[in-house]
Design a protein around this ligand. Structure first.
Ligand code: SF4
Ligand code: MG
Length: 281
């Protein structure tokens, strides 16, 4: 039976498990935003699945009352996509960090984007590996000094929004954990969007890389005249280095793989096992 909550509040989605994140971790803001969005959409607990990989942020499903799957490193997207193909009626949200989605899971991100499967992805980006105690991640800036890069990082910084736009992702947005109401509104829109929704959530790690002050200064609302169907302009905004625009960069309606597979299954003739077995008689 569907567990619909009448007039839900964010607390109705909170589990008994107390978050184990460090005090002040940005992921608290993302959790708060996610619970707000689930309540705003009145999503039934048993029709919603939150899937994660491995990392500090990937502990997320434990803190929610919905169904959840804490999978393996970098593999939130294969699990989430398989689940959506098997159960298109469910609302699927895949969550994790910058290491999980842009390093070991980067290949999955490319193909999930191209398939446009109807799932929502929330990447909690702190530009560092938190769980393993502060090594550089793909989004760490060039020259960043850590225990693993004592002479400074000798690699360029990965640009999540520009990458998502280049992969033809059909819904691309950015939010900030310190602005949970705005982030919740983006997650709500992402869940409602029919297709692959990518939400880049700036979520600082005060323990290993304190970016709150820098992001407070850099975070800027999306220009009021930005057209969310203008992908070239969205790329230009994503390439800004001084400002971190928050809001919806790009949105496009196009067929999803789960829809197309369902339509194909409707057309296909039922498989005749007896006829098939006669070949081996
Ligand atoms: Fe959050 Fe960083 Fe602590 Fe991990 S190490 S829980 S990312 S503050
Ligand atoms: Mg990280």
């Amino acid at each position: 039976m569907t567990q619909t909550i009448i007039n839900p509040t964010p607390k109705d989605y909170k589990s008994e498990v107390k978050p184990t994140w460090c005090p002040g971790c940005g992921d608290f803001g993302v959790l708060n935003a996610t619970m707000r969005s689930l309540a705003g959409l009145k999503l039934p607990l048993d029709q919603t699945v939150v899937v994660s990989g491995i990392g500090c942020s990937s502990r997320f499903p434990h803190f929610l009352k919905t169904f959840g799957f804490h999978s393996v490193h970098g593999r939130a997207l294969p699990v989430a996509q398989g689940l959506k193909m098997a159960r298109p009626d469910l609302n699927i949200i895949a969550v994790g960090g910058d290491g999980d989605f842009f390093s070991i899971g980067a290949g999955h991100l490319v193909h999930a984007a191209l398939r446009n499967i109807d799932i929502t992805v929330v990447v909690m980006d702190n530009e560092i590996y938190g769980l393993t105690k502060g090594q550089t991640s793909p989004t760490s800036p060039h020259g960043h000094v850590t225990k693993s890069t004592p002479y400074g990082l000798m690699a360029s910084q990965f640009n999540p929004i520009a990458t998502a736009l280049s992969l033809n992702v059909s819904f691309v947005a950015r939010g900030y954990s310190a602005k949970p109401k705005d982030l919740a509104a983006l997650i709500e829109q992402g869940v409602q969007h029919k297709g692959f929704s990518f939400i880049h959530a700036l979520s600082p790690c005060p323990t290993f890389y304190h970016t709150f002050d820098a992001w407070d200064a850099a975070v800027t609302p999306m220009p009021a005249d930005h057209s969310t169907s203008d992908r070239a302009k969205a790329v230009t905004l994503a390439m800004e280095t001084e400002k971190q625009y928050i809001g919806l960069f790009y949105r496009e309606e196009r067929p999803t793989m789960d829809q197309e597979a369902y339509q194909l299954a409707q057309k296909a003739k039922p498989f005749d096992i007896e006829q098939y077995m006669k070949r081996y008689a």
